[in-house]
Design a protein around this ligand. Sequence first.
Ligand code: HEM
Length: 164
Amino acid sequence: MGYDALLQWLEATSVATTIRENELLFPWIESIHVLAITLVVGSISIVDLRLLGVTSRDRPVGRIADEVLPYTWGAFAVAATTGALLFSSNAMTYGHNFFFLGKMMLIALAGINMAVFHLFVGRDVERWGGAGHVPSAAKAAGAVSLSIWIVLVGFGRWIGFTLH
Ligand code: HEM
């Protein structure tokens, strides 16, 4: 099955058709999507700003991450589910939209950046996380993460302005 055939199949599903043909469902789902992404980006920023040494310098990085990231993952699950529902309702259009595809790529990049952080410098966060000095690799991971999420939100917002 080719890419367009897959998008057409998705758009023809009963769930996608119900969202597309119901006046209230899409705006309600998008509202939940916006609330969820606000919590994703807001909670990740707390950890990234600590890594950059801007905020919460008196609190260990490891403890902040342990307390905050479960909310990030929970909100991400809600954002991905509502996003997929929104996507299905107009799959052919979104599937060829530069800002939508760019947003998906940025989400993948954010995931890779987080994985690299946890696999390398984050492994001994207990050693350096409490002290004032944060290793430059950890600062770089925080700066890259924050930049990706800010651009990602911009791309998400621009989808709606570029639908044809
Ligand atoms: C946590 C990651 C995500 C972030 C930060 C994000 C961000 C955004 C933003 C800022 C908007 C514009 C909302 C508005 O102002 O109206 C949006 C809309 C949208 N997002 Fe996401 N999103 C995320 C995940 C996803 C995923 C995983 C999908 C699909 C699988 C998706 C699909 C959509 C769709 C279809 C729209 C509606 C565009 C429109 O017609 O206006 N999003 N997203």
